[in-house]
Design a protein around this ligand. Structure first.
Ligand code: DC
Length: 232
């Protein structure tokens, strides 16, 4: 099989990573991996077991849970120990605790290992998160850093909640996003930051189609330079 690319997409919550990464993967015929869903699954299990204040227990969960990601008709399905938790990992409660769980060293080591196995096994992946270009795949062929204004990010997330019937104000969403940004970017282990060789794409005032096309143009250019065949 000819060489396939590893495409890393990082950025803060609400920057459009998931939607964009999913569509880019679809257009390339690559596997899409949502690493945030993995941290969310560990957080959900810690909430269920009531061990949020016990680092050892959380580390144990990260190292022993079975997390599977499947993509069915454009939707991410997340299985935790074989149970579908796709909806349960996106509640405001999980949002509240996920950044604190994600900053635990043992949790990161366990998740990064799972992500590297998934990426290496498949070849041809679009992986999105906070530390993909810096830690998980520092040699990724394509590195994108997505940004958007805090106002836009909060409006997008509040709309997503509204569509799911969760009533939460834009102000409240904005507060949670800013708190998560702060914890994600200042944590000691692999903080959210732009890799020096990543290409920054600001999604504040472009459509999803435009941002997907921008990334595909970058992917094509890099593939061309490295004589890697892609079909878009
Ligand atoms: O992308 P998301 O909002 O679903 O991510 C949820 C949380 O998971 C985010 O606040 C920080 C953490 N995360 C991380 O630390 N590293 C990643 N690669 C992906 C997510």
């Amino acid at each position: 099989m000819s060489k396939r690319l590893i495409v890393a997409i990082d950025g803060p919550a609400g920057s459009g990573k998931s939607t964009t990464a999913k569509l880019v993967a679809q257009r390339l015929g690559y596997l899409y991996i949502d690493t945030g869903a993995m941290y969310r699954a560990v957080t959900l299990e810690a909430i269920k077991k009531n061990v949020l204040n016990n680092i050892e227990e959380i580390n144990h969960i990260a190292n022993s849970v079975d997390i599977d990601l499947e993509y069915v008709e454009g939707k991410t399905k997340v299985f935790l120990n074989r149970i579908d938790v796709s909806e349960d990992i996106r509640t405001p409660e999980v949002n509240k605790f996920v950044s604190d769980v994600s900053k635990i060293q043992g949790v990161r080591t366990a998740m990064v290992k799972k992500q590297q196995i998934l990426g290496n096994k498949n070849g041809g992946v679009v992986m999105e998160g906070r530390d993909i270009g810096t830690v998980v795949f520092p040699n990724a062929d394509v590195k994108i850093f997505l940004t958007a204004s805090i106002d836009q990010r909060a409006i997008r997330r509040a709309k997503e909640y509204g569509e799911k019937g969760i009533d939460i104000s834009v102000q409240e969403v904005q507060k949670n996003l800013l708190e998560r940004d702060k914890i994600d970017s200042t944590r000691a282990v692999s903080p959210l930051m732009k890799s020096s060789d990543a290409i920054e794409v600001d999604t504040s005032s472009v459509t999803i189609e435009e941002q997907v096309n921008t990334i595909l143009r970058i992917v094509k250019e890099i593939a061309g330079k490295n004589e890697i065949e892609i079909t878009v």
